[in-house]
Design a binder for this molecule. Structure first.
Ligand code: ADP
Ligand code: MG
Length: 483
């Protein structure tokens, strides 16, 4: 009877895993799925803790870093009785090991025991409490805390024109007890370094002033904790915990949501901390005034300190970041490959870093095969294809026409006057550079054949070397098209 139940459960789990695999394949694409997810298998399940086995430590670490959040989320939806997932190594001999190789440690973006050796389904549901207030939290909360990323330090943050102000502000609040601006509100679109700066502040404080109480958590975690406190009628302890800190840091504030009572609680916590001269640091994906669902009085308090944005990266910063990350990963990154990546992957630093890690992992898998431009293009082809879809030839024609003050019609016409012919060549050149369209495809958009496009590309390549002002014009166009 018990055996039958177990067999049924086993089948259900297998079915569920099958469904999950289908979903992962859809989300991440066939290539990624075949390389990383297909080799995984379900291991033992005990007391709601499920083991997922990977054949090598490398694979396990890769999956933990890149896919575990998603796998956890989908399992959670499929089968709420699974409380936790551990990723383990199971070789074909059946022994389970958790060994590591040096590069793997470096590749894993969060090489803390929790990240490497297991994932907690609830890891996003709790806050992290750093500094001496560690003592105030229960074990259960610590067990579910989000680990601080040891790589997210000021030393590892590459500073450029677009983020220097945010960096300076973060450094200042980390260094000085007497706050000159409160709150510090950092905002930017995703993947530009807000969380990195937040963690850097904590590492700095932990190192220099370990007795300061710091609470760092996401707005979602704040909401979760508050709702839990309400449910267990424990709001006094909640208030006490939050109001006794020296530094309160709330990441991803946009998720504070529309919840009236939680926002009200946050407002009071916030106000009392600021009044007492305690530092509050907040990050979000929008400026305080643009945040949706946040009460006016809270917004106006949020703009009362220093509001700083991190702007999208520029080419130089992307190059700097690639070089630094390559150093950290211990890989040899040829200048040409760095330039290619910095030119192509412009959306955010997370994607840029992800692409570098993929190339590094590929080279590592092939026993240290040299990184080349060809290999990079091949490894990243899915990613590059989706980027190309973002910049279209139509858009290039429109921007180039605007820039040179002519109409798109003229750009596509057969007129040979230099004022029109040169911009047309530039547009063809940019189409070749910024999209993966073939020469005939580009030609069609200009009502020309592929030899004309080829000629235009060569011509512009020559001109860029001779003609500084044209080179600058093209650089400006490239940047507007990429961002
Ligand atoms: P956000 O919180 O703004 O979404 P993150 O702080 O998570 O972004 O940054 C995404 C990734 O990019 C992280 O791995 C981070 O280390 C990296 N990153 C972002 N900006 C920089 C930078 N200026 N220098 C080095 N790494 C950076
Ligand atoms: Mg973040």
């Amino acid at each position: 009877m018990a055996e039958e139940a177990f067999a049924t459960e086993g089948r259900t789990i297998d079915n569920q895993w099958g469904q999950i695999c289908n979903q992962l394949k859809m989300e991440f694409g066939e290539t990624a799925f075949d390389s990383w997810l297909k080799p995984l298998s379900i291991g033992d399940i005990n007391d709601g803790v499920m083991n997922i086995c990977a054949p090598t430590a490398f694979m396990k670490n890769w999956v933990v870093t890149h896919y575990s959040d998603r796998i956890n989320k989908i399992w959670e939806q499929q089968n709420p009785s699974i409380k936790k997932i551990n990723f383990i190594v199971q070789t074909s001999f059946g022994n389970r090991r958790s060994e590591d190789t040096s590069l793997l440690k470096k590749i894993s973006s969060t090489p803390t025991p929790q990240n490497i050796y297991g994932c907690n389904i609830n890891s996003s549901s709790f806050g992290l409490v750093a500094g001496s207030s560690l003592a105030n939290v229960s074990n259960q909360e610590l067990a579910g805390s989000t680990p601080l990323n040891p790589n997210y330090t000021f030393e590892n943050f590459v500073v450029g024109k677009t983020n220097e102000f945010a960096y300076a502000a973060a450094k200042k609040v980390a260094e000085s007890k007497n706050v000159s601006f409160n709150p510090l509100f950092l905002y930017s679109s995703v993947g530009l370094g807000k969380t990195h700066l937040m963690h850097s502040i904590i590492w700095h404080i932990k190192k220099n002033d370990p007795n300061r109480n710091v609470i760092y958590l996401t707005a979602e975690q704040f909401v979760y904790k508050f709702v839990k406190a309400l449910r267990y009628k424990d709001t006094a302890a909640f208030k006490e915990q939050f109001r006794s800190v020296d530094v309160l840091m709330v990441d991803d504030f946009q998720f504070m949501g529309n919840k009236g009572t939680t926002q009200e609680e946050f407002f009071h916590t916030f106000s009392s901390l600021v009044e007492e001269g305690k530092q509050v640091i907040i990050s979000a994906d929008k400026s305080p005034t643009d945040l949706d669902g946040i009460e006016e009085r809270l917004k106006s308090r949020l703009v009362g300190g220093l509001v700083v944005d991190i702007m999208p990266t520029n080419f130089d910063l992307r190059m700097g970041i690639l070089k630094r990350k390559a150093e950290v990963l211990g890989i040899d990154l040829p200048e040409k490959v760095a330039e290619f990546l910095a030119q192509k992957i412009t959306s955010n630093v997370r994607e840029l870093e992800g692409s570098l890690k993929r190339v590094a992992a590929h080279s590592q898998l092939l026993s240290g095969k040299e990184i080349t431009l060809d290999m990079t293009q091949d490894v990243l082809k899915d990613m590059l294809r989706s980027i190309d879809r973002k910049t279209t030839i139509d858009e290039i024609q429109k921007k180039v026409a605007e820039h040179f003050n002519i109409s798109v019609k003229e750009l596509q016409s057969s007129r040979r006057a230099r004022t029109v012919a040169r911009p047309r060549q530039v547009a063809m050149y940019l189409a070749k550079q910024l999209t993966s369209r073939s020469l005939p495809e580009i030609g069609r958009k200009f009502d020309r054949d592929h030899t004309t496009v080829m000629h235009a590309v060569r011509k512009v390549e020559e001109l860029i070397i001779e003609d500084q002002s044209l080179a600058e014009n093209i650089e400006v166009l490239r940047r507007t098209l990429e961002n």
